[in-house]
Design a binder for this molecule. Structure first.
Ligand code: PAF
Length: 277
């Protein structure tokens, strides 16, 4: 497995693999089983697989957890090596933002999709995500790029960028991976102590309540949201809504084109989860 830090090294790797399909998994490290399932999917369907590890400063707000975001490079490298990833791209901030993060061309995310939910709470978050993902796509030029459905809004906005800008990469959505108690895996779960972990389980319970209703053909959004919010009682709910793939609130679940999205705070830890109907 090659560890690539510079754009020149990345170019050499790409030249050496010219003509092969490239599966790409962009990450911010602190890899868990959710990332591993993205990587597995990429390994099964591409000639070569590149994982990027880069804690992207432009997608964190001033009061967010950029400085303390879990960084475990050695462990991540060993994990990737053990499952035969071909290359890890670990650039520095200066490598990806050579003009400095405050003085370069910025891509604006679609206003309607990016100003709601995560975008309403995390100002400029999606602009930062699109900036870094577009840079990585331009550098790597992947055939297929793998994203978890857990970050539903991110996934839908990246899909839109790829469509709107005619980017030649297939976006492959991958299922949410949950732990034995159904909590969606996230690098931020490492912030949960025992008591807050137990509280956090209200979130997958809310998801399960929503799924049960939809399976029983209860499709009214209000009913689904109320049932989910009842399960979340005791947590500080940022949002709990049924939306379509444009992130617009809808009155009724439509099969294969809607989802329930939840963000809630357990003490200081903010978690998101969702289910796609
Ligand atoms: O989902 C993430 O980990 C990040 O937002 C991503 C896509 C790697 C961009 O920094």
């Amino acid at each position: 497995m090659q560890i690539i830090k510079t754009i020149e090294e990345l170019q050499i790797f790409k030249n050496n693999n010219f003509g092969k399909s490239i599966g790409f998994i962009p990450t911010m490290g602190a890899l868990h089983l959710g990332h591993l399932s993205l990587i597995d999917n990429a390994i099964s369907n591409n000639d070569v697989v590149i994982v990027s590890i880069f804690v992207n400063p432009t997608q964190f707000g001033a009061n967010e957890d950029f400085d303390i975001y879990p960084r475990m490079e050695e462990k991540d490298i060993e994990l990737c090596r053990s499952i035969s990833v071909d290359a890890i791209f670990m650039p520095s901030v200066d490598t990806l933002y050579p003009s400095g993060i405050d003085d370069e061309v910025i891509l604006l995310p679609p206003n309607k999709m990016a100003s709601v939910f995560e975008g309403a709470i995390r100002e400029n978050h999606f602009s930062g995500v699109l900036r870094v993902v577009l840079k990585l796509f331009n550098l790597i030029n992947p055939t297929n790029a793998y994203f978890g459905k857990k970050d539903a809004q991110q996934l839908l906005i990246i899909k839109k960028m790829v469509n709107d800008l005619f980017i030649n990469t297939n976006i492959i959505p991958c299922d949410i991976i949950r732990d034995k108690n159904n909590l969606a895996l996230s690098s931020r779960n490492t912030y949960l102590d025992h008591a807050s972990y137990e509280m956090a389980l209200k979130i997958p319970n809310a998801i399960q309540a929503a799924i049960s209703l939809v399976m029983a053909n209860v499709l009214e959004s209000k009913q689904i949201e109320n049932a989910a919010m009842e399960c979340l009682s005791g947590l500080e709910i940022d949002y709990c809504n049924v939306v379509d793939f444009n992130l617009e609130k809808i009155d009724q679940v439509k099969k294969d084109s809607s989802l329930l999205i939840i963000a809630a705070r357990v003490g200081k830890v903010r978690l998101i989860d969702n289910c796609w109907f």
